[in-house]
Design a protein around this ligand. Structure first.
Ligand SMILES: C[S@@+](CC[C@H](N)C(=O)[O-])C[C@H]1O[C@@H](n2cnc3c(N)ncnc32)[C@H](O)[C@@H]1O
Length: 348
């Protein structure tokens, strides 16, 4: 029993698509203790946080109840947990938002790290605020966390990945929901992480989400800032105090490592991204840029690698493969399109 519930629960709070949910098999889900645990950990509104959107909860609960019904072999003894049934009747009696309202709704999404993650506690979670229905809204694709970010998050949560950021001054480019920076700030022991995107609305969302990721800590070292590539990133406002403990005040911002996920989806973006990366090496002192990319178009990705070479950067592929979806235990994501991770550094 115990193996099935943590995975299903983690998928549920990540709002994983129904077809991918790992429901317990019939002989397990029929057990009263399993059903009680599913209610407590997924549907008891007084005990869980965040509560997924009603439409998603009702679809998942419908699947669970159907699975239980199919598994009844002895109608005299086998039964469906009363609390699950009560949750079901409450959910189906709720007014249904329109498809557009559902698509625009912002939801808190909780991501749980893979259980194999080294060096971090078993309850390593990151909460973001997302609008999954809006793939492209107000000119940005940053309203959801993309597969490349979940892939890079899985890598950073491994021993080799964590070593790249622990104790470091990190900056994330085009952060979208801020998933990677929140992971770094809460669980990977970074000295600081400046989380940036050009969309002020996304940066406001990230700022709001920080409180959901504290888990008892008074604060975490994350600094959200609006930043459009190709413009200077000033040491002011939220970033003014960065580094001041070491007498660096007034000397400009310094970072050790930059992170980026799913930034190479359009050849038109490559020149500005590359000039920003050059700027980060020359003026903000980074030593490496770790980038994960879903390779939807080989030519676009090749354009990026060629531009690295032209700009005298070495692009080294990091040997990290995503686990196949059926074997994933956290940071669930599709692997149907290849995702590659590179370390960009100055060519020797
Ligand atoms: C495909 S999303 C990836 C978001 C996030 N890194 C992830 O993987 O989930 C690309 C992000 O890059 C940001 N972006 C695109 N062009 C940008 C630019 N010129 N300056 C800053 N951010 C940019 C977008 O606003 C968007 O949030």
């Amino acid at each position: 029993m115990t193996d099935f519930i943590p995975k299903l629960t983690a998928q549920y709070f990540q709002l994983v698509e129904l077809q991918q949910l790992a429901l317990p098999p019939g002989h397990v889900i029929i057990q009263p203790a399993v059903q009680a645990a599913l209610y407590e950990r997924m549907f008891n509104e007084n005990a869980v946080f965040p509560i997924p959107p009603d439409s998603y909860r009702s679809r998942v609960l419908k699947q669970i109840i159907s699975r239980i019904e199919e598994s009844i072999t002895n109608p005299e003894e086998d039964e469906i947990n009363d609390d699950l049934m009560e949750s079901w009747s409450t959910l189906v009696s709720q007014p249904k938002p329109s498809a557009l309202q559902q698509a625009q709704q912002l939801s808190l999404v909780k991501y749980t790290a893979p259980t194999s993650s080294a060096g971090i506690s078993s309850e390593c979670t990151v909460i973001t605020s997302e609008s999954r229905g809006l793939i492209l809204s107000a000119g940005t694709t940053g309203n959801r966390t993309w597969e490349a970010a979940l892939h890079l998050g899985s890598f950073l949560a491994s021993k080799a990945g964590e070593a790249l950021v622990r104790g470091k001054r990190v900056i994330e480019l085009g952060a979208g929901t801020g998933f990677l920076s929140l992971l770094c700030a809460r669980h990977l022991g970074v000295r600081s992480v400046v989380v940036t995107d050009r969309e002020p609305m996304l940066i406001d969302n990230i700022r709001d989400c920080v409180k959901h990721n504290l888990n008892g800590l008074p604060s975490i070292p994350i600094y959200p800032a609006v930043w459009e590539w190709g413009t200077p990133l000033a040491k002011e406002g939220n970033l003014a105090g960065l580094g001041s403990d070491e007498g660096e005040e007034g000397t400009g911002l310094r970072f050790d490592v930059a992170l980026g996920a799913d930034l190479i989806y359009d050849t038109d973006l490559v020149p500005i991204l590359l000039s920003t990366v050059r700027d980060l090496f020359e003026n903000y002192h980074i030593k490496e840029f770790i980038i994960a990319s879903t390779v939807r178009n080989e030519n676009t990705f090749r354009t990026f690698l060629n531009a690295c070479e032209t700009n005298s950067f070495a692009a080294e592929a990091l040997p990290f493969e995503s686990t196949q979806p059926e074997d994933q235990t956290g940071f669930f994501h599709s692997t149907s399109i290849p995702i590659r991770t590179y370390r960009i550094s100055r060519a020797k």
